[in-house]
Design a protein around this ligand. Sequence first.
Ligand code: UDX
Ligand code: ADP
Length: 464
Amino acid sequence: MTEEKFTKKILCIGAGYVGGPTMAMIAAKCPQYKITVVDIDENKIAAWQSDELPIYEPGLLDVVKQARGRNLFFTTELEKNIKESEIIFVSVNTPTKTFGEGAGKSADLQYWEKCARDIRGASESDKIIVEKSTLPVKTAIAMERILSANDKGLHFEVVSNPEFLAEGTAIRDLENPDRVLIGSKETDSGLNAREEIVEIFANWIPRDRLITSNLMSAELSKLVANSFLAQRISSINSISALCEIVDADVNEVANAIGKDSRIGNRFLNASVGFGGSCFKKDILNLVYLCETFGLFEVAAYWESVVKMNEYQETRFVKIITKALFNTVTNKRIALFGFAFKANTSDTRESPAFYITKKLMEEKANVVISDPKAIDNAKKDLKYYNDDIEYEEDPYKAADKSHAIAVLTEWDLYKNLDYEKIYGKMEKPAFIFDGRNILDHKKLFEIGFNVYPLGKPHLIHFKDV
Ligand code: UDX
Ligand code: ADP
């Protein structure tokens, strides 16, 4: 298709876990649009142009290949592409602030604000700006003010289109989402911009799943959706602690409550803790927002979801330490999985990071194994230099270890030859299943002392 034949020219700023897959899907589904994805990170862009994509996401390469070079382009060239585009999605990172007012809770908006100023500087025509990154409520208004402060007479309409994809299932989620939410101001130009964005997704998503709302509802919905999801995990994790004491089984409890259609059976897997770039950040954004408006009780309520998550991580390390006769010092401990969930290379806020740190403080010999996340683990843990061993092969990681801790629910770990692994471990051998994915009875019969989450421990000697 020649340049003139494209019916829309769309730019996305930020080629990360959200921008890359989302734009690849739009480009694959809409060959009539030209989609350009720009990032400041040259290496990342080079990777997007190759078959070694910068992120691991099942099915992503196929989608990218359908459109790359046809109507999907990756580049570092920002100014020219801003000029050319009619619609600009912004999906740059919005980490939690680490300094100043709101440190530890509110979002660091410096990347977003820089984008707004870049857009304003380079634009020569009106544009629709789409917020993809999760942002604190009212950011769209602030951005519109920055953008509007131009002396070129240009109009920028800011629309919020929060992303609900989950990593590891991004392609499925993008292809067949539960809903797409598009928020805008309810002025004529706001409603027109909203309709333009609806039109993009209507190319492959049924209209009844394209929800529209006002700007603030859209921004807030993203924070609330993630807070509710995380709350479910903290709820079941809190119950896992009780189950271990009263000899109940958290899976049986989850199954029983999940049959109630009002509760539903998804997202009830007890775990070593939730991770990922969104949950903690979004809850803390919500907390900060509530505190800002004096809603201290509401803020404390949501903050407890994060505290429960930290409690679960700490509790897991305590279980390991106690089981290993109250000391892990100089003991080889193999961590199976470092990614924050299965089927991703992403390690942001992974519970594995916290657990590694705690074990290192206790001077354990930590060996990290993961099929996709070792490179990111090395970056996260660079402070420890050579003190941590990295071993992709789980058999080698477990060799001569005192204990294995399963931290990510990769399918790979379900089907290992645990008899072989047991044979090469120090005795007594321990296994801590932080994801409840293994066959605990079988492991016990092999000889392991088994510590599932939220279920009775299976130990060959009296608990210490
Ligand atoms: C989440 C939201 O699901 C998604 O809609 C939003 O767009 C971004 O944030 P993501 O963080 O990619 O997606 O993964 P998700 O599947 O939600 O898992 C988050 C964490 O919760 C992971 O660490 C996962 O292992 C954990 N989890 C999930 C559990 O511990 N138990 C469960 O039952 C489900
Ligand atoms: P997310 O999970 O929200 O997609 P990522 O960190 O994976 O977050 O991706 C955000 C991307 O945005 C990164 O690749 C980063 O280099 C890019 N980025 C940040 N600021 C800018 C900017 N001003 N211009 C272009 N790209 C940017």
